[in-house]
Design a protein around this ligand. Structure first.
Ligand code: E4P
Length: 218
């Protein structure tokens, strides 16, 4: 399973990159705004900076919601760097745009996915990645992990090549369960990635080893 970090914060991206396990980055307009990155020129420059930091797929989201606007923006984003993946919302115009990008060798990440039906449509259009938002599904009192498992089953049965990118991850357990359910990629906040390393028995065990080592060398 690939690991992407879900942020536009350059320090966090660098920290994730330094772990040596990072395969890419996802952003969205909210994450860009959170870092105070506004205006087209600044947004494009920020994507460029992310591409310089990380050798892996970088999702850059279109703002337009109509087909022509998405194509225009997607072409500009894809021109920034070969690792850019154009992020397109799951709408009817979005599906048409994904088909257009697929036919023009531009890779896509279909975002805001909440159902298996949407997953089928995106795969038919040739999306490179599909982003089911599991945390937001859980927030609605449904089961985000079950959605990942259902899509994984359908993609296997049907032979779809689209990669399932579990998004809207809220905690380390989401990552473990998404891996178990068949996600190809998890995009996570840095805190959830770091949380995977934590276990109190590791801390207790390490403290004991160090104490015994100290005693033995006293
Ligand atoms: C990433 O591609 C998504 O935009 C992101 O994971 C959404 O996460 P959120 O539900 O925490 O905003």
């Amino acid at each position: 399973m690939k690991f992407f970090v879900d942020t536009a914060n350059l320090e966090q991206i660098k920290e994730a990159q330094d772990l040596g396990i990072l395969d890419g980055v996802t952003t969205n307009p909210s994450l860009m705004a959170k870092e105070g990155i506004t205006g087209e020129a600044n947004v494009l420059a920020h994507y460029e900076a992310i591409c310089e930091l990380v050798e892996g797929d970088i999702s850059a989201e279109v703002i337009a919601t109509d087909f022509d606007g998405m194509i225009k923006e997607g072409k500009i984003l894809a021109d920034i760097h070969e690792n850019i993946v154009v992020k397109v919302p799951m709408t009817i115009d979005g599906i048409k745009a994904i088909r257009w990008f697929t036919d023009h060798d531009i890779r896509t990440n279909c975002t805001l996915v909440f159902s298996a039906g949407q997953a089928i449509l995106a795969a038919k259009a040739g999306a490179t990645y599909l982003s089911p938002f599991i945390g937001r599904v859980d927030d609605m009192n449904w089961d985000g992990i079950e959605l990942i498992a259902q899509i994984a089953d359908i993609y296997t049965i049907q032979g779809f090549q689209t990669q399932i990118l579990a998004a809207s991850i809220r905690n380390p357990l989401h990552i473990v369960r998404a891996a178990e359910a068949g996600a190809d990629v998890c995009t996570c906040p840095l805190s959830s990635i770091l949380g995977l390393a934590k276990h109190p028995l590791t801390d207790i065990g390490l403290a004991k080893f160090l104490a015994d080592h100290k005693k033995g060398n006293a």
